[in-house]
Design a protein around this ligand. Structure first.
Ligand SMILES: N[C@@H](CCC(=O)N[C@@H](CS)C(=O)NCC(=O)O)C(=O)O
Length: 203
């Protein structure tokens, strides 16, 4: 018995639901109104979300939080999408830590500024965030420029792909450019059975 809490604007929740959807894992899903004050969200969500954020996955009564930690748990427990071997898990761990500190620490903020917070102080940080995005997306572009299909070698995608792509499907809203190989890789992801854009998958 699994239940995921998410929101259509959350690329973090998207990473997790993408795994579940592409793997065909049955689960319940509930949208949390992340625009409401935390103490006004459902009592169930408040009781399971340690930091008050989506995503949270409940599995057999246990709550898992933080998108990349949830992905690691899912890969390990199912043996899928990186969980097939310790070498693949190791490579995934490296990408997931990179994601949290790099592309996951500039693209969500740029998009948040462009879509929701035009007046916010974030404006002062924008040039720095955009330079950071250019550098981080160049790292992904370079990793994909040797003819490989996914971030890890091999025919199957992994949680490295699911994590790193999370906010890149919102790149148009952030007003940033996506280089050629990254675009082609996003296109391959979007052709996976079970793939949907975040706004559909998290509705
Ligand atoms: N590091 C967290 C980030 C989670 C996060 O920032 N969630 C946002 C939505 S994308 C949220 O719940 N915001 C509402 C709030 O913090 O109250 C993860 O990877 O899961």
């Amino acid at each position: 018995m699994r239940k995921l809490f998410g929101h259509p604007d959350s690329g973090h929740a998207y990473k997790v639901r993408l795994f579940l959807s592409v793997a065909g894992i049955e689960h319940d899903y509930e949208v949390v109104d992340i625009w409401k004050p935390r103490d006004q969200r459902s009592a169930e969500f408040q009781s399971v979300a340690p930091l008050g954020e989506v995503p949270v996955l409940i599995e057999d009564g246990q709550a898992y939080a933080q998108s990349n930690a949830i992905l690691l748990h899912l890969a390990r427990s199912t043996g899928l999408w990186g969980g097939e071997s310790s070498q693949r898990m190791n490579a995934c761990e490296q990408w997931l830590v990179w994601e949290a500190n790099k592309i996951g620490m500039c693209l969500p903020q740029i998009r948040s500024y462009e879509k929701f917070e035009k007046e916010a102080l974030l404006e002062n940080a924008l040039p720095w965030l955009k330079a950071r995005y250019e550098s981080d997306v160049a790292t992904i572009e370079s990793a994909l420029s040797h003819g490989q299909t996914w971030l890890l070698a091999g025919a199957e995608p992994s949680i490295a792909d699911f994590s790193v792509c999370g906010y890149l499907f919102f790149a148009d809203e952030a007003g940033v450019d996506v280089p050629l190989n990254v675009k082609a890789w996003l296109n391959r992801l979007s052709n996976l059975e079970g793939w949907q854009h975040p706004y559909q998958l998290l509705a």
